[in-house]
Ligand binder design. Structure first.
Ligand code: MF3
Ligand code: CO
Ligand code: CO
Length: 288
């Protein structure tokens, strides 16, 4: 992308002159780049039009997840949750992003108890006290919105409830680090600190990702790390924060189906996910 002239409209589509919109930010980015600090490729930065499309997809995913949550109780199968997500998505004129994605056979992921992520909906029936992550990604008008939450079937054990709450806090703290010129490592550090304070561990094999025009874009967001390390965050980036927190150790095991990922030690695990936008002043949670 070539940068506009000072008095021409900004590349972001705000309608403002470039000099009043992204010029200052772009030159700060150039300055960092020249000092050897990693800055995002320009093609990862979204225009206003793209952001509006992504925001709509994100809001749809959020509403579908609200509905999915309402049907969660002991006795329901994960296939029933999946059917609901499929119907609501299609009725809204959208597609479930996971369906046939690299061969994934369902419209959402349902990950129960020791399943970290990518659980495949099917015959399994939720039991009293189960904890479950439902992960919904819709494609609306070509734009992607990705979000997941934990739900309880009935009443969870005290241990399960605490894990779920801490995982939520990890996500929230990570998102609070998102503002222009913070670094990707700032997100990981606060998440890792929060998890380890409770004796939990952070999954390393999967992380957040750029999202919007595609399901998984280039940017990778580890949920562990060190402050001041990694890529600089700049306005118009869109990515997910989706920490997976294990009650035991961080190692993962992939099951025979090629998707379902469980904790290697069989411990409980929990995950929450939002798609977020870096704004000029901080962050907008697009899936809130
Ligand atoms: N929604 C998941 C994520 O947060 C990805 C699921 S891909 C699938 O990135 F193929 F497993 F569905
Ligand atoms: Co995601
Ligand atoms: Co997801």
């Amino acid at each position: 992308m070539n940068l506009p002239m000072r008095n021409h409209p900004c590349w972001c589509g705000s309608g403002e002159k470039y000099k009043k919109c992204h010029l200052e930010l772009d030159s700060q980015m150039e300055d960092l780049r020249s000092r050897g600090i990693p800055v995002p490729a320009r093609k990862l930065l979204k225009t206003e039009e793209q952001i509006n499309g992504i925001r709509q997809a994100c809001q749809l995913s959020k509403v579908i997840l609200d509905e999915a949550g309402k049907c969660i109780r002991p006795g329901i199968s994960t296939a029933e949750i999946d059917r609901l997500v499929y119907q609501l998505t299609r009725d809204s004129g959208a597609q479930p992003a996971t369906l046939n994605y690299k061969g994934f056979p369902a419209s959402c992921c349902t990950s129960i108890n020791e399943v970290i992520c990518h659980g495949i909906p099917g015959k399994q029936i939720l039991a009293e006290g189960d904890i479950i992550n439902v992960d919904v990604t819709t494609v609306l008008n070509g734009y992607y919105g990705d979000t997941s939450r934990m739900f309880f079937a009935g009443i969870p054990s005290a241990e399960a409830r605490q894990l779920v709450e801490v995982a939520r806090e990890c996500m929230d703290l990570g998102i609070q680090q998102v503002k222009p010129f913070n670094r990707i490592g700032d997100i990981g550090e606060v998440i890792e600190n929060c998890a380890t304070r409770y004796g939990y561990s952070v999954v390393r094999d999967y992380g957040g990702h750029g999202v919007g025009m595609e399901f998984h874009e280039q940017l990778f967001i580890p949920h562990y790390g060190e402050r001041g390390r990694g890529m600089v965050l700049v306005p118009n980036l869109v990515f997910t924060v989706e920490p997976m927190i294990n009650a035991g150790d961080f190692r993962c095991k992939l099951l025979e189906d090629g998707w379902t990922t469980i904790t290697a030690d069989g411990s409980l695990t929990a995950q929450w996910e939002h798609t977020i936008l870096v704004t000029k002043t901080g962050v907008e949670i697009l899936t809130a």
